[in-house]
Design a protein around this ligand. Structure first.
Ligand code: HEM
Length: 395
């Protein structure tokens, strides 16, 4: 992808529809939806993306963040935090999202306008900040957390031990220090005092303290939320803005749709343009996946972009937004863009709601104009696109 091409203006990286035989061999790339989902759901498949193998190997962190963990303790952590993400919880967050959007939209009225990814970053930061318990509406805090979470190294498992990447990893650790010192450490102490005084668990930080996470372990979990929840949502909202802006009919439909319909449009856009385009798993015991034998130690790469356009699942208009689809049971409108199985994204519905509210507000203004951009970049840490320099103004 060049700097000026949007993700879905290129074809999926390697669509091999209907490839025969057993696909799980020799660091195999999986392009089909069925085997991809089976791999993500399998008990023997460990997280191998987002630097998980390198963190596990270093052994510094005993209680691994939920994204890196495996087995009963990981499932327990998911159960403990599930209440932040239920459909009722998402509805309860909505007035807060509305309020944040009303504040943010004002910046688009300035003569110089505003960058869409700046709006989406502030919104996503504030929402994840509420879930986590870190005040990310403070621009300095948001900047420090993002600086620490935004890994610039390549998270491809076969590359992460290379010299260049190792240097970048060490630099990332150094970047943690300001966030640890100024944000997380004081918060952690305050949470300990709150719980010791008999207070209830209010957010993720309280949950981590209640579970005896050390401050470093808590920092790692918080940064997981920041990269999993803030960086992704930032890009997804900016991309969706551009896709809807470009397509006049879709824009008209989006503005007049109900919240539910808008969310369906956004899920289709996410299917076509997954922010995390590649997921990785390492098989830790000889296993059978989707009817195929897989040897212990195999690395599996799931090409989400290709799996989400698998003609077996999306036989018609698979490269287009189509709101009249009937999907087979077990297939979500966004395909595997939020993953599947034990690591499936808990925050997906929240991200979709944020996008639906912010974009509806923006597109409802007839004086909305695009002043410049976008410029497309890649973030190899999360294996996704970045939408930059998309400047808009409401006049
Ligand atoms: C459009 C926005 C988002 C996208 C595309 C996205 C995508 C994903 C994907 C693909 C995974 C699974 C990774 C894997 O299987 O290897 C994941 C996991 C996760 N996401 Fe999201 N996410 C988004 C928003 C959010 C939000 C808003 C939050 C929090 C408020 C969040 C929190 C998490 C967490 C904690 C995990 C790890 C879950 C686990 O391993 O058990 N995400 N996300």
């Amino acid at each position: 992808m060049t700097a000026h091409e949007s993700p879905s203006s290129t074809q999926p990286s390697a669509a091999v529809p209907g490839q025969g035989g057993c696909p799980f061999r020799n660091a195999a790339n999986i392009y089909e939806f069925g085997p991809a989902k089976a791999a993500l759901q399998h008990d023997a498949a460990w997280q191998a993306g987002f630097f998980a193998e390198s963190v596990r190997k270093d052994g510094v962190i005993k209680q691994l963040p939920v994204l890196y963990g495996h087995g009963p303790s990981q499932r327990e952590m998911r159960r403990d935090t599930a209440r932040f993400f239920t459909p009722t919880a998402v509805d309860q967050w909505t007035p807060r999202i509305d309020e944040l959007v009303q504040g943010l939209i004002e910046s688009a009225r300035r003569p110089a306008g505003v960058l869409v990814d700046e709006l989406s970053l502030k919104l996503a930061g504030a929402v994840v900040g509420d879930v986590v318990g870190v005040n990310m509406t403070n621009p300095k805090t948001l900047a420090r957390i993002i600086l620490a979470a935004d890994q610039r190294a390549d998270s491809e498992p076969l590359l992460i031990r290379s010299q260049r990447n190792r240097a970048k990893e060490l630099l990332s650790f150094a970047r943690l220090f300001p966030a640890w010192l100024l944000d997380i450490n004081p918060l952690y102490k305050a949470s300990k005092a709150h719980l010791a005084a008999g207070g209830e668990v209010r957010h993720l930080v309280d949950q981590l303290v209640a579970k005896d996470y050390s401050v470093i372990e808590a920092l790692t979990e918080i940064l997981t939320y920041a990269s999993a929840g803030v960086l992704t949502t930032r890009e997804f909202i900016a991309l969706s803005f551009w896709k809807i802006w470009e397509d006049q009919a879709l824009r008209a439909r989006f503005v007049t749709s109900s919240l539910k319909e808008r969310e369906t449009i956004l899920r289709e856009l996410l299917r076509l343009n997954p922010v995390v385009s590649m997921l990785y798993r390492r098989i830790d015991a000889d296993a059978e996946l989707d009817g195929c034998p897989v040897a212990k130690g195999e690395l599996i790469r799931i090409d989400v972009e290709a799996a989400n356009r698998d003609p077996k699942i999306w036989p018609t208009h698979r490269h287009e937004v189509d709101l009249s689809r009937e999907l087979p049971s077990g297939v979500k409108p966004e395909g595997l863009a939020f993953g599947a199985g034990p690591h499936q994204c808990p925050g997906g519905p929240l991200a979709i709601r944020e996008a639906a509210v912010l974009l509806h507000e923006l597109f409802s203004h007839s004086g909305l104009e695009v002043l410049s951009g976008p410029v497309w970049q890649r973030n190899e840490g999360i294996k996704g696109y970045e939408v930059r320099q998309l400047r808009i103004r409401i006049s």
